[in-house]
Ligand binder design. Structure first.
Ligand SMILES: C[S@@+](CC[C@H](N)C(=O)[O-])C[C@H]1O[C@@H](n2cnc3c(N)ncnc32)[C@H](O)[C@@H]1O
Length: 288
């Protein structure tokens, strides 16, 4: 029989990854593993660890093997069929949260100005292509004054997003379908639309490298020049935003100028791009 320490010593994987996989097999915390490193493992546990180890050696993302990825401080369930949330996308969530707080303050100010009975502000937010629900759920948890709707064309992704919303206690309404077509008739206009759509060019060699090989292709690329989904979302936003409403989009490192151009063409004002921690323009947005 093998003990925890021997198993971790024998693996070719980086120690942290091996620990995470063994934690997954044994359903224990990291501190438990450290404290029980001489515990003997039964054969079925060793076999399950070896199976995960092989999949990792073949390049499968850790997030799919352990079934979870942390985003904005929350644990999101993920699995094949849904994009693994990226730290890059936190810029979009932080911008959305700041935007919602400003819009809520403006609603409160307007209610005061016309001497209306003070109501709880309600900022209507739409997340298009929600995937695991990372953006919609994080926004809903950070902004109780937001009323969040999220859509995706992938039923598999929507199932994961619904599970995440339920597990994390976020109130989000989900609809299936392509971009705005998913919204049922009679849906009210939104104050803010956000999206991290598929924006990788179909011929980008990164699609056949690393984690991307295992993620759903429809979540990564539009199958063309990378701008099709961004253009569709910008083109349709006017019909779904209230006057003064905002649209913020994540895009590729070299797409900011093209996205700003589309936003201006669609009638948006105060169009700007914001950078990520590496100083790269990763999101662009504007206001009607
Ligand atoms: C880059 S992923 C973003 C997932 C998630 N919002 C995130 O940031 O982690 C793009 C998402 O858009 C969805 N999608 C692709 N084409 C779509 C379409 N025509 N209508 C709605 N959603 C679409 C994909 O299924 C995928 O979940």
């Amino acid at each position: 029989m093998t003990c925890v320490r021997e198993l971790l010593k024998a693996t070719l994987l980086p120690r942290l990854e091996a620990q995470m996989l063994l934690q997954q097999v044994l359903n224990v915390s990291r501190s438990w593993l450290v404290a029980h490193d001489t515990d003997l493992l039964d054969e079925s546990c060793v076999a399950r660890f070896r199976a995960l180890e092989l999949r990792r050696q073949a390049g499968e993302p850790m997030a799919y093997l352990v079934g979870v990825r942390e985003f904005m401080g929350h644990d999101f369930q993920v699995g094949p069929g849904v994009l693994i949330p990226r730290p890059d996308t936190e810029v979009l969530v932080e911008t959305a949260v700041a935007c919602i707080r400003l819009l809520a303050a403006e609603q409160t100010r307007q209610q005061g100005a016309v001497n209306m009975v003070r109501q709880q502000p309600s900022v209507r937010v739409l997340d298009l292509g929600t995937g695991s629900g990372a953006i919609a759920v994080s926004v809903a948890l950070a902004c109780p004054q937001a009323c969040v709707t999220a859509t995706d064309a992938s039923l598999q992704a929507l199932e994961v997003a619904r599970t995440n919303a339920r597990n994390l206690g976020a109130a989000v309404t989900f609809h299936a379908g392509s971009w705005y077509d998913a919204l049922p008739p009679g849906t009210d206009l939104f104050d803010l639309i956000v999206s991290n759509p598929p924006y990788i060019r179909a011929d980008d060699p990164h699609l056949t490298q690393g984690d991307l090989r295992f993620e759903p292709v429809g979540a990564l690329t539009d199958g063309h020049d990378g701008l099709t989904a961004l253009k569709a979302i910008i083109g349709g936003a006017n019909a779904w935003l209230k006057p003064g409403g905002a649209l913020w989009l994540e895009h590729g490192w070299d797409q900011a100028a093209a996205v700003r151009e589309q936003l201006v063409k669609a009638g948006f004002n105060r169009v700007e791009s914001l950078t990520d921690l590496a100083g790269i323009e990763r999101i662009s947005g504007g206001y009607l």
